[in-house]
Design a protein around this ligand. Sequence first.
Ligand SMILES: Cc1ncc(COP(=O)(O)O)c(C=O)c1O
Length: 372
Amino acid sequence: MRVSHYINNPGNVIADNYTTKVLHGSNSLLFHQTLPGYKPTPLVALPALAAKYGVGQIYVKDESHRFGLNAFKSLGAVYAIHRLLEEDPGLQTFCTATDGNHGKAVAWGATLFGKRSVVYVPRDTTQNRMKAIETQGAVVEKVNGNYDDACAHAENMCVKHGWQLVQDMAWEGYEKIPADIVAGYMSLFAEMENTIHTLPRASVDMVFMQAGVGSFAAAGVFYYLRRYGLQRPAIIIVEPWEADAVFASFNHGGITTSPGNASTIMAGLNCGTPSLGAWELLKNGTDVALKIDDEYARRAVRELYYPGNDDQRITSGESGAAGLAGFLAIMDQQGPEEVRNMLGIDQHTRVLFISTEGDTDKEVFDEIIRTT
Ligand SMILES: Cc1ncc(COP(=O)(O)O)c(C=O)c1O
């Protein structure tokens, strides 16, 4: 099984740019707390799993409980839609491209405010994922291409019909909405403030965060850099082998597109190019970037679903378990010793994963847990 790593030398500063200005000025948690059904998602300790891998403690924040939507993504979309409607309450139709969870989140957010949504999905999106988006009230259409093609199509359709694009990916000239989405994701980290993150130091040593376009991980980097500076936990970014947008960009020395073939079971992470709004943050706050084979994701899903001893079961999908999958890849005997040494992983290390989704595609999930 393949794992490849990039060791970064982060500047540990928050660059001054459009996205970071928005993030400094936001408090999305205050907004989320006003929404129906809001409650913080559980933070679960897994001591048996920690013992199995010889570390001090493992924590998993379980986003499958987020607003009953089975993934963290609603945090970003609903906050961005709220900010747009503050400026222009007359907006009627919100549109996006998605590989699943973000589209469901936009549909849910639009419906919450009594608005319409149109969602475009890439060619190989499963029927189950399309249905899940439709259930939240969106019109869903397939585009004959990959994720990047779907994004371009959504943008064209917005221009043509006067719809509002709500994309979780920023590029030159389209930065406001993605920045609000990153701000929305920050609620997830802020929720841990009274539990795992106690002053004056983050009470975890390392955080593994999975990346698609990198907006989610950028929210984590911003949170940890602002709150803890050089005392922050180590940050490890995990991506699929064939969709390594961030990893490829680290190797390239700037934003570039993955050379991979975009085939992975980690559907939420199947993105070719990092978001412009995420890149500077990732560059300045990532310690290690990993790209891994799908098989590690399968193993991680099973580790969480079949816990040892008294550990709690966590239902975590292929992208949801990707952070743990990165950890498993590092801890593999054939895994990168250089990374283990550099991170100083030992019996005292406390590790945090964010299970960003539950079983968002039941068929795929069931197939994984049936295989042992
Ligand atoms: C379950 C899940 N986890 C993680 C991510 C990664 O988020 P981002 O694309 O902001 O890097 C996604 C993106 O869709 C996702 O659906």
